[in-house]
Design a protein around this ligand. Sequence first.
Ligand SMILES: [Zn+2]
Length: 313
Amino acid sequence: MTEFKKSRFAVGIDLGGTFIKFALVSETGEVPFTDKLSIGTTAKQEDILNTIDQAIRLTIEKANENGVDLVGIGIGSPGLCCDGIVVGGADNLDRWENIPLSDTFSHAYDMPVMIDNDANVMGLGEVAFGAAKDCTDVIFITVGTGIGGAIIADGKLYGGYKNRGTEMGHVTIDHKGIDCNCGGKGCLEAYASTPALIKQYAGLTGKNENEIDGFYIVTKFREGEAEAVQAMQEHTDYLGHAIAGFINTFAPQKVVIGGGISEAGQFYIDMIKKSAFSYAMRDCAANTDVVGATLGNLAGSLGAASLIFRNII
Ligand SMILES: [Zn+2]
């Protein structure tokens, strides 16, 4: 482990709906230790805080065993995060509002603790260590049960005033469209999340939605089944439309697509890219590429740790 000692390390905590993933991460993206702890679906606020504490403790123990220079703790959490506090908006976690995560753990461990929204830190992770390494202007989109994302502008996470923005899944793609979970109508998420894809495919085939998942549709797509091809084309076209708007607004160097279904294969990214470029303004897209995320389920922990490296001198 001696080669690690030259580098600074941080604890990266990725709080999800049912698990806490955590890692010891070096400034250059090495991960000598990673693990996860279950919080189940019914954990109380106190249990969640205790499990975060346990995750931090386990990671610090590993850091001490390896004699590395630990400079801080980064945490990605569902919900709105501002000034070190989870303000709210994480409906799946018990009373997850007005939680002063930074103060709580910086006092407990006597080191800087930085927090941000989970999708934001995933995007930051891809910029720090993954698909958009060395880029300064990046749009990150994660496609799953919902659609989230992050904007990195001029090398920094951009979250709007008080970090309340960048809900990339809730741009309108059909103003007279179907209802969205957010209370709006016609949002990207309502059309292009994985459940929306499944619903669309089930509608075309008459199959039971509950017996289909994204993997099944990808398999049928690869076999050339007409309904799967149609559903996948519409799905990627919805994403392409929204991404074209992001390209026209932000002129990113890269649009990074993450989430489980993005691992279906390069064809998935290529379909989205083709669609996005067919709608985007050519001048805005001149320096843009559309690529798949590369950090998989480590993106959150790595990105959380990078909050520290980017902000601690
Ligand atoms: Zn919405």
